[in-house]
Design a protein around this ligand. Sequence first.
Ligand SMILES: [Zn+2]
Length: 127
Amino acid sequence: MDKSWMQLNNRMLPDFEKGVKDFLNFAYANKDPQSKIPCPCMHCNNFFNQRREVVAKHLVLRGIVKGYDRWIYHGEDFGSYSHKYNDDGAGNISNVGDNDFIPEMIGDVATGFCSSGFFLLGFGGDR
Ligand SMILES: [Zn+2]
């Protein structure tokens, strides 16, 4: 999955728009198109659930939250999460220092993150 669009500062670029579409296609791959997903825009920060068209609008208007390069809230497997950050081969996920993700938290809710199970936890208080 090409995520270079997330680094673009100019969100009017076709590349960014295409990236948003790709993201939404990914996030809704196994979901009801009418359902809501955690919105990864700068404001919602994956905390608020929004509908597809709202997420698209937010991402263009506000930008995608920094550091969210592994879409764990949207069905991406985080099993390979440590690979990118551990060139020393230690394979220790707690080496990730400058990231917003908290390893302990990920561990606690690991089962809930898998695919759409995330919503069953009631995260976001949408129901
Ligand atoms: Zn948003």
